[in-house]
Design a protein around this ligand. Structure first.
Ligand code: G3I
Length: 379
């Protein structure tokens, strides 16, 4: 595997070197045949993925489809596997989009992530109600188990990794969602991690070989949150709850502090002391071009391009370091081109953002070249 990866990397570096030595100009588009593959460039370090939607898969002859297969070896659906889309009413499952996603992954030899089984957001209200009243803890637990078992069993051995629970923490500690409010301390042991524990146990039963992740945001920037996640997962691991890893969403900004992120990730990596196979994944990477306190809607990208590139390089250098220490094996972008991103319009209405390595027409940004050439410079 390692030899194969090194050969791929060598081929990528050689073709780049040949381009440069022949004085040829670099390809312009992500789908151009001469463009080096992002995931192949990083194959000695970690997998590289992208969040997609079902319409990305409909025309398998398009440039858009081809660039996805070329640059990413891992995929996740941005919305269509979430509870409100895949299980809109108690008796209705809408498997179509996720079935098509899984068929695409298998046909192209890709690693697939499932996002997400249990979340407070994009979860239909029927889960929490019973004839107009609040559902009982027993009913909600049963519904959650049915939901997880049905979905994870259907894709057993086909979806490799599940974000079993998403965003169970907020800044101050456990998020007071309907899940925690209703299920509470179900087993009476004094903690309220119960809905999480049952979710992981149910997912493990449904597919013993799937990797089970607890996913959250701001873990890289908020050390209190990283510490809270560490203590919660530590206590669950000590009780034998099958959590295989923590997912860091990493919706970062151009002004992020990479060294602080490294420290916070190291806090989480200490969970390896309890389970040496414990993993850290980056699950939803994008980099807003706006500072956190900027409320403008438009930015002149060329003016911040150097800072954007430098931050991406610093970030990927850290990812490589973490991979070399055996702490990181997957980096998934939350999208892939600047035209399709939840950051257009969020958190400021009407805002245009440019968070990725290719623009809205799939033209390669200078950051692409800096990132794709980084592993070659390291080896
Ligand atoms: O499904 C409805 C559709 O029926 C309706 O016609 C349409 C009209 O606007 O809205 C559709 O729902 C939208 C949904 O995306 C699917 O497109 C919602 O309005 C919209 O709010 C929703 O946004 C998604 C968001 O999660 C919801 O919280 C974003 O696309 C998605 O990128 C974002 O992803 C989350 C991760 O799951 C968790 N981490 C944070 C990340 C970014 O917020």
């Amino acid at each position: 595997m390692k030899v194969k990866n090194s050969l791929r990397l060598l081929a990528a570096v050689t073709s780049l070197a040949m381009l440069v030595s022949c004085g040829e100009s670099r390809p312009e588009y992500a789908y151009d045949a001469e463009t080096p593959s992002l995931y192949e460039a990083y194959s000695d370090y970690f997998h590289i993925g992208a969040a997609i939607n079902s319409w990305d898969l409909t025309d398998q002859t398009s440039d858009r489809f081809n660039l996805l297969v070329k640059h990413y070896d891992t995929f996740v659906m941005e919305n269509e596997t979430k509870p409100d889309q895949i299980h809109p009413t108690e008796d209705t499952y809408n498997f179509g989009p996720t079935d098509a996603f899984v068929e695409f992954g298998e046909a192209n030899g890709k690693i697939l992530r499932g996002h997400t089984l249990v979340w407070h957001s994009q979860c239909p209200q029927w889960f929490f109600e019973d004839n107009g009243q609040e559902a009982s803890a027993d009913l909600l637990v049963q519904r959650m188990k049915d939901h997880i078992t049905t979905i994870v069993s259907r894709y057993k051995g086909r979806i490799d990794t599940w974000d079993v629970c998403n965003e169970v923490l907020d800044g101050g500690g456990m998020r007071f969602s309907d899940w925690i409010k209703i299920v509470g301390d179900y087993d009476g042991d004094g903690d309220k991690y119960d809905f999480i524990e049952i979710a992981f146990e149910t997912a493990r039963e449904a597919d013993p070989d799937a990797r089970l992740i607890i996913n959250d945001y701001s873990l890289e920037s908020d050390s209190n949150k990283a510490i809270k996640m560490y203590s919660m997962v530590k206590s669950m691991l000590e009780e034998g709850v099958p959590v295989d890893g923590v997912g860091l969403q990493m919706h970062v900004g151009i002004d992020m502090d990479v060294e602080a992120a490294r420290e916070n990730i190291k806090i989480l990596a200490r969970l390896k002391e309890i389970n040496p196979d414990f993993v850290i994944e980056v699950t939803e990477l994008d980099m807003s071009c706006y500072s956190w306190n900027d409320s403008s809607t438009e930015i002149n990208f060329s003016k911040i391009e150097d800072d954007f590139n430098a931050k991406y390089v610093e970030l990927f250098e850290m990812f490589i370091d973490l991979a070399e220490e055996g702490l990181l094996d997957s980096v998934v972008f939350w999208g892939f081109n600047d035209g399709d991103t939840w950051l257009n319009g969020y958190p400021v209405e009407g805002r245009t953002n440019y968070p990725f390595l290719m623009d809205a027409e799939y033209r390669l940004k200078s950051a692409f070249w800096e990132v794709v050439e980084l592993p070659g410079k390291k080896s």
